[in-house]
Ligand binder design. Structure first.
Ligand code: NAI
Length: 258
């Protein structure tokens, strides 16, 4: 049985993944703003450092895997917080946990991206580059220039940046070369508290009009099943891949991109 760190363990897909891993007999160190083994606010540098330190001390220096599911959806006026949590809440934690992942035998990392990376128009590439440099303030400033579109653009920019960071690092000697497998899961709309709050907000109509060929939303259980595969030996030969599970939106919008 292994030891796994799971961020966003108090709700939605992170909670489902944590429950599943615990049900299989693994040890889970959950990280979230409340109701978690490690209570930490990933929108602040201090909170991220606390999450790094606490998990390292609780896992005795060895992590068999990590699932980075903590995240914030689009929200007006929260552009800076969204990018802090969705980008640095992944990259700072993984950087800090890397030695413990390298100490395990073929550790697996699953990071939650999103199909918004390929379905959101007008995401400023400059903001993505700034996020990759860790400049969340500069990126938020550029994103706010999109005015009405700033919330979805902040979200998509954060997921683009975190996906690019993961793919670049996944193949590096310090990661793939140390036996660590970093991969991304890119869900479409999955019925969790995050999606429910979007559906009941002023942008609910827009969210509902998002085309999903499967004509239904995904469930946290389905996504946890995919995470389980990505944490298993089936992923030993999987490095820097993005697994899209979105009811067909990506195929509908970009049929010619393969
Ligand atoms: P959720 O809202 O149910 O769970 C997210 C968790 O992240 C919550 O427990 C929340 O407390 C935690 N979190 C947020 N801000 C935090 C902070 N500052 N510090 C610590 N923890 C914090 O969301 P859901 O839907 O389960 O999302 C999981 C991941 O999947 C997120 O990264 C989200 O962006 C991504 N995603 C979700 C989709 C959906 O339709 N639900 C679609 C595509 C991607």
């Amino acid at each position: 049985m292994g030891t796994y760190a799971v961020t966003g363990s108090a709700s939605g897909m992170g909670a489902q993944v944590a429950e599943r891993l615990r049900g299989e007999g693994h040890r889970v160190i959950g990280v979230d703003r409340a109701d978690a083994d490690v209570v930490a606010d990933l929108s602040t540098p201090g909170g991220r450092q606390l999450a790094v330190d606490e998990v390292l001390s609780r896992c005795d220096g060895v992590l068999d895997g990590a699932v980075l599911a903590a995240g914030l959806g689009p929200k007006r006026g929260a552009e800076r917080t969204i990018v802090e949590v969705n980008v640095l809440g992944v990259t700072d934690l993984l950087t800090g946990w890397r030695p413990a992942l390298a100490a395990a035998d073929k550790a697996k990392v699953v990071v939650f991206g999103s199909n918004s990376t390929t379905s959101t128009p007008l995401v400023p590439r400059r903001a993505v580059r700034q996020l990759l440099r860790g400049d969340t303030e500069g990126a938020a400033r550029v994103i706010r220039r999109r005015r009405q579109l700033a919330p979805p653009v902040a979200y998509a920019a954060s997921k683009l940046a975190v996906s690019q960071w993961c793919r670049r690092h996944a193949v590096a000697a310090e990661w793939a070369g140390e036996g660590i497998r970093v991969n991304l899961l890119a869900p479409g709309p999955v019925l969790t508290p995050l999606l429910r709050s979007q559906l009941s907000s002023s942008t609910g109509k827009q969210v509902r009009s998002f085309p999903v060929p499967a004509r239904e939303y995904g469930t946290p259980e389905q996504i946890a099943d995919w995470v389980a595969v990505m944490l298993s030996p089936a992923a030993d030969f999987m490095v820097g891949s993005v697994i899209t599970v979105d009811g067909g939106t990506e195929a509908l919008l970009r049929p010619g991109d393969w």
